[in-house]
Design a protein around this ligand. Structure first.
Ligand code: 5GP
Length: 345
């Protein structure tokens, strides 16, 4: 039995240490980034936050709203072909990705082939999403996809370790998605006992990816703007958000009334609720690895965006980073035993 004794950390275990700075206001901070993706060679310029490809956050409405603020969206994979084509035809900014999402099944791939053929070049970014990015079929799928579509940007995952990040980048992935188990409605850690503390996963995978000129997207576990700042500080190039963007008008999720109060349903994409909706129930050999929660309705996501972007700008100001790119270079984490003063709950 081997036990790794190195301490691995989560967002809650650290704070970002303030540093001397010549910045006088957060309005001086530029939180957009520019990249040229390693394999696709496509250019990116935007605020590198992506709405998760869950059926409540990866919606067309979310995509349209976030694009106006220069953020990205990974659409969920349950849209029909004609509505996807119509949506992608609307998108005009080639440097601001909207990701088409898919799993690795044959029907997923065949649907993608048909949509790509009809899309006339309007789909340029894809997200290949599996719960466990350590399997042979996943790697084989990435090889097939990259060989067939040399010019599309591929984001794929999820993994949590440096060696698998390197493997995926060498296999043709532009952005490796990092995170197993940290999600707000994920129960993998409980059901399977598997996972990896997210801050350490980001630090280790970013280091591995950057050595090969690849990028990573930190996926899951952010509960506040400060966590997003920590993810960028740890080296994430992109940050993906589910729960923080849930509960908004743009999610189009089902509303239920509880004791006269309107609540919005939000569930994991591997939850019983999602499997009942899309897969005709939970297959006998598997357990649900997500849960459902009922959220307060939070109005338009635009209100929340201001908090998120303001928080990230503030973090940059505290460490003297004039651009988001500088944030990780200027980040020193301090380990803490307490994050917040909880006296008022
Ligand atoms: P959040 O921002 O809500 O903490 O995390 C969002 C991420 O959780 C998603 O992008 C996805 O990677 C992950 N996720 C979504 N649904 C499920 C689920 O049902 N089970 C698991 N294990 N992860 C999920």
């Amino acid at each position: 039995m081997r036990i790794e004794q190195d301490l691995k950390l989560d967002f809650k275990d650290v704070l970002i240490r303030p540093k001397r700075s010549t910045l006088s206001s957060r309005s001086e901070v530029d939180i957009a980034r520019e990249f040229v993706f390693l394999h696709s060679q496509q250019k990116y310029h935007g605020i590198p936050i992506i709405a998760a490809n869950m059926d409540s956050t990866g919606t067309f409405e979310m995509g349209r709203t976030l694009v106006r603020h220069r953020l990205s969206t990974a659409l969920h994979k349950h849209y029909g072909e004609s509505e996807l084509l119509a949506f992608f035809a609307e998108q005009t900014d080639a440097m601001l990705p909207i990701f088409y999402s898919m799993g690795i099944t044959t029907p997923d791939y065949e649907k993608f082939q048909r949509v790509m053929k009809a899309a006339n070049g309007s789909i340029r970014h894809v997200c290949v999403d599996v719960a466990n990015g350590y399997t042979k079929p996943f790697i084989r799928f990435i090889h097939k996809l990259r060989a067939a579509y040399p010019n599309i940007t591929i984001m794929a995952g999820n993994v949590v370790t440096g060696e698998m990040t390197e493997e995926l980048i060498l296999d043709g992935v532009d952005i490796v998605k990092v995170g197993i188990g940290p999600g707000s409605v994920c129960t993998t850690r409980k059901m399977a006992g598997v996972g990896y503390p997210q801050l350490s996963a980001i630090i280790e995978c970013a280091d591995a990816a950057h050595g090969l000129r690849g990028l990573i997207c930190a996926d899951g576990g952010c509960t506040s703007p400060g966590d997003i700042a920590k993810a960028f500080g740890a080296g994430a190039d992109f940050v993906m958000l589910g729960g923080m963007l849930a509960g908004h008008d743009e999610c189009g999720s089902e509303i239920v009334e509880v004791d006269g109060v309107r609540k919005m349903r939000f569930y994991g994409m591997s939850s019983r609720e999602a499997m009942n909706k899309y897969a005709g129930g939970v297959a006998v050999y598997r357990a649900s690895e997500g849960k459902e929660v009922l959220l307060d309705c939070r109005g338009s996501v635009e209100n929340t965006l201001q908090d998120i972007l303001g928080g990230v700008r503030s973090a940059c100001t505290y460490v003297g980073a004039r651009t988001l790119k500088e944030l990780s270079k200027r980040t020193t984490f301090v380990r803490v035993t307490q994050q917040l003063n909880e006296i008022f709950g």
